[in-house]
Design a protein around this ligand. Structure first.
Ligand SMILES: Nc1nc2c(c(CN[C@H]3C=C[C@H](O)[C@@H]3O)cn2[C@@H]2O[C@H](COP(=O)(O)O)[C@@H](O)[C@H]2O)c(=O)[nH]1
Length: 306
């Protein structure tokens, strides 16, 4: 994902609301020493897994809907992952492409046993329809065929998803330049890698090319660790839970600087500790600690991308 890395660096080199603090970064790496925290994928025990194509279909639907939980303060990612899992266990055809194209908001809500409208519910439904339609049109209805068509390349998988499914085109324009962040497309590759433990549908010969998944938890965690510093204006917007507009400089800087900071962290770990570590592993560490600290203030942007 050279485009993601290069354009994140472009933003980090020009940012004014968010700064990547090199001293903070060095300190984190010094503290890590030899013990890079290793978090198991599905440490929560909430995901569906049967070691076959249905798991791929589940993960693709999961990552189609893997965004914007915060407007409902009781809703979390866990509710989505475990709700979809239970639905699939009750009905193995629930995520067939023809079913995806017919979902209504109410059906999705009922499936997740959620008592009120989901945040951005209309968009969630529209994205399910889009995924069902395009899976049927180009991949015989199966996300597993999509993955197989990419010949064990995570970068190709992300590019294929972005070219077939407009809802995954997580781009922004910053100071006149197109910036590629691809959170949900990349997390799908990482979820396959994690769930299938790097084998079968999760085998990628270029998993190290994937960056972190720029959401609203990882920037908050990087800030807590002293790796990201915010301008006083941005800090007060975030601390007072005010919304930040999608595509604004502040929002793009928060996300792009997070990607850039973790790529720098990888380089430092390699130079100082002589270890090669994947962004996927650093992401899971940062994210798992971030969600265990629900009081961490995070930025709030209404977005279908994360
Ligand atoms: N960077 C990053 N962001 C991630 C995840 C995951 C879950 N990955 C699963 C894969 C294996 C593990 O066992 C995890 O369960 C969700 N998110 C994002 O967090 C936000 C939800 O927050 P809250 O509202 O508090 O539930 C939302 O933007 C969601 O898209 C991740 O791994 N990395």
């Amino acid at each position: 994902m050279d485009q993601v890395k290069a354009t994140a660096a472009f933003v980090a080199n020009r940012s004014s609301h968010v700064v990547v603090d090199s001293a903070g970064l060095e300190k984190v790496v010094e503290n890590i020493q030899d013990k890079i925290p290793k978090i198991e994928w599905d440490f929560e025990g909430i995901h569906y897994f049967d070691n076959g194509p249905l798991t791929v279909q589940y993960l693709f639907v999961l990552d189609t809907l893997n965004f914007c939980f915060w407007p409902d303060k009781n809703l979390n990612y866990d509710d989505l992952a475990s709700g979809l899992k239970e639905a699939l266990e009750n009905d193995k055809s629930v995520f067939d492409a023809d079913h995806l194209q017919k979902f209504t908001g109410l059906q999705l809500r009922n499936l997740l046993k959620w008592p009120r409208p989901l945040p951005l519910e209309d968009e969630r439904v529209r994205l399910l329809h889009e995924v069902g339609f395009e899976l049927e049109r180009s991949f015989g209805g199966k996300a597993s065929n999509l993955v197989e068509s990419c010949g064990r390349s995570a970068a190709k998988l992300v590019a294929t998803i972005a070219s077939h499914f407009p809802g995954f085109r997580d781009h922004s324009v910053y100071k006149g330049h197109q910036i590629f962040l691809y959170k949900r497309a990349q997390i799908f590759a990482a979820d396959l890698y994690g769930a299938f433990k790097g084998q079968g549908y999760g085998e990628f010969n270029d998993i190290s090319s994937i960056t972190i998944f720029a959401d609203y938890i990882v920037p908050a965690m990087l800030r807590k660790l002293g790796v990201l510093k915010y301008s006083s204006t941005l800090a007060s917007i975030i601390e007072s839970n005010k919304e930040i507009v999608s595509g604004s400089e502040e929002e793009v800087e928060l996300r792009a600087c997070s990607i850039y900071a973790v790529e720098k962290m990888r380089d430092l770990i390699s130079v100082k500790l002589g270890k090669q570590v994947l962004s996927v592993e650093l992401d899971l560490w940062l994210w798992a600690y971030g969600v265990q600290n629900p009081s961490l203030p995070h930025h709030r942007t209404l977005s279908i991308y994360y």
